[in-house]
Design a protein around this ligand. Structure first.
Ligand code: SAH
Ligand code: SF4
Ligand code: F3S
Length: 477
């Protein structure tokens, strides 16, 4: 799952569409739960909450859906192909269910929220449909299904943050973990389905976030990634009893500082920053703490101001460039990655060329790149015609991808010949003779195993060689 954050993936193969199976755990003797996640890290993080809720009910988790009593798919709606993948997967479960009629099949997450009870009509094998704010109701919904009913809960909430639920870190490497700091989104970018599937933005209690970071550190974790659709608008004010002095509001810069102070040995990352909201205060806190990683994911979407305007991103080309300049000024050497959409409604060739020139301006370390996919119910679907032919969208996407390939290689090459502090995350995918981990700027580094160091240790690695996605080196003392 961590690979989703740093491997070059393009086109249809994106971070919004990986499946991760959970490793076995639990109190045993109970029914078995299999859960598979698609979409962004928020969904993966939610699956850990779902598992936690059901383990408390006596469930145990399994990696093998064939032995499961309950199969859940935590779904994503961000692009049409994300939904198609889920439909395909459901077809495969149809076969499993035909062999095991008592099997409960549930659809969770964004697609559940988008389609609601319609899901039950469209996919006959589905027994239960649960939106992202209704997971506490799962035990009750499962009971209903066991009594022979179908069950749906897609109520969105203005308060739910699952702050008190400790996620079970089931598929973890024991070193890095995600902490959800807020839910929902209030931005209404015109192309985006998230405000509809995730509801209103709300921030989680800062104390519970810091406690979760501390607990993870105590359990041996050395890196946390704070998650939200727009982390820069994090804002939490604790309730106090009547007559008491109100407590100060915690903004994202304050929260970053609080988490950074858990331990200098705990690395902090975060995602996603919104160009309209990222403040100099946040950049200064990043510069002040060595353990807050010098890496910012700052989705641009388009390099053209007119397109940004109809996307409802609420910044323009100049604003975005100024924010990039501020990052470069305040945090020299900070890596920047982005998301790009090609072929948004009415985008001209000249406007597309401005996306390419923006890429030249920033020279992103990394990018997630997509052809525009119209989503039902979004502002863009209502207001604009999806008028760019598929082959034009794809050709523009190829141009963006090709350019990014050059920039990724150029950025990675700059790490060669330098020594990097790397947190060992595990063995490399290719060989157990090599360790892998990331440097401060989120570049993946691969280097030979050295028996003196183990997973979870920090080591100094000299970069000797690279591809566009990986830095290859050796440990130096
Ligand atoms: N909250 C984040 C993004 C979440 S969705 C942000 O504001 O940046 C992740 C990415 O998916 C978006 O940044 C966008 O590039 C892409 N995306 C969202 N909706 C899309 C659509 N309808 N078609 C193509 N790509 C889309
Ligand atoms: Fe979607 Fe925009 Fe919210 Fe990101 S900020 S989740 S792109 S509406
Ligand atoms: Fe997908 Fe929902 Fe995340 S639509 S990208 S899983 S918030």
């Amino acid at each position: 799952m961590l690979d989703l954050l740093h491997t070059t993936k393009t086109h249809d193969e994106t971070r919004q569409g990986e499946a991760v199976e959970l490793a076995p755990t639990g109190k045993a003797d109970g029914r078995k739960l299999y859960i598979e996640s698609y979409g962004c890290q928020m969904n993966f993080s939610d699956s850990e909450i779902v598992a936690s809720i059901l383990i408390d009910e006596g469930f145990e988790t399994t990696k093998d859906y064939k032995e499961a009593d309950v199969v859940f798919i935590n779904t994503c709606s961000i692009r049409e192909n994300a939904e198609q993948r889920v439909r395909k997967r459901l077809k495969e479960f149809e076969f499993v269910k035909s062999k095991k009629p008592g099997l409960i099949v549930g659809v969770l997450g964004c697609m559940a929220e988008r389609l609601k009870a319609k899901f039950l009509e469209e996919e006959k094998l589905v027994d239960v449909v649960v939106g992202p704010d209704a997971y506490r109701d799962l035990p009750n919904l499962i009971n209903k299904v066991e009594d022979g009913n179908k069950a749906v809960n897609v109520l969105l909430s203005r308060e739910e943050t699952y702050a008190d639920i400790s996620p079970v870190r089931l598929n973890s490497n024991g070193v890095s973990a995600f902490i959800s700091i807020m839910r929902g989104c209030d931005n209404m970018c015109s192309f985006c389905v998230v405000p509809f599937t995730r509801g209103r933005e709300r921030s989680r209690d800062a104390v519970s976030i810091v406690k979760e970071a501390q607990d993870l550190f105590n359990a041996g974790y050395r890196e946390v990634t704070l998650l939200g659709q727009n982390v820069d608008s994090y804002k939490y004010t604790a309730n106090v009893a009547e007559g008491q002095e109100p407590l100060p509001t915690v903004n994202f810069a304050n929260l970053l500082e609080l988490v950074a102070q858990v331990s200098p040995e705990l690395r902090i990352r975060f995602s996603t920053s919104h160009p309209k909201d990222i403040t100099d205060e946040v950049l200064h806190i990043m510069a002040k703490y060595e353990n807050i990683c010098n890496y910012i994911h700052l989705p641009v979407q388009s390099g053209n101001s007119r397109v940004l305007d109809i996307m409802n991103r609420t910044y323009d080309r100049e604003w975005y460039m100024e924010r990039v300049d501020a990052i470069r000024r305040i945090i020299p050497g900070c890596a920047i990655s982005t998301d790009v959409i090609t072929g948004f409604c009415t985008e001209t060739e000249e406007e597309h060329a401005e996306t390419l020139s923006m890429m030249d301006y920033v020279k992103y370390d990394f990018a997630y790149m997509f052809a525009y996919s119209e989503r039902p119910g979004t502002l863009a679907a209502k207001r604009f015609e999806d008028d760019i032919p598929e082959e034009v969208k794809k050709r523009r996407l190829t141009e963006v991808v090709d350019k990014q390939q050059i920039h990724s290689l150029e950025r990675m090459s700059q790490h060669v010949g330098k020594v990097h502090k790397v947190l060992i995350e595990g063995f490399s995918k290719r060989s157990d003779q090599d360790y892998c981990g990331r440097n401060d700027q989120n570049a993946m580094v691969v280097f030979p195993v050295d028996a003196r160091y183990k997973v979870g240790d920090y080591v100094n690695v000299l970069g000797e060689n690279c591809t566009s996605a990986t830095l290859i080196g050796k440990i130096v003392d």
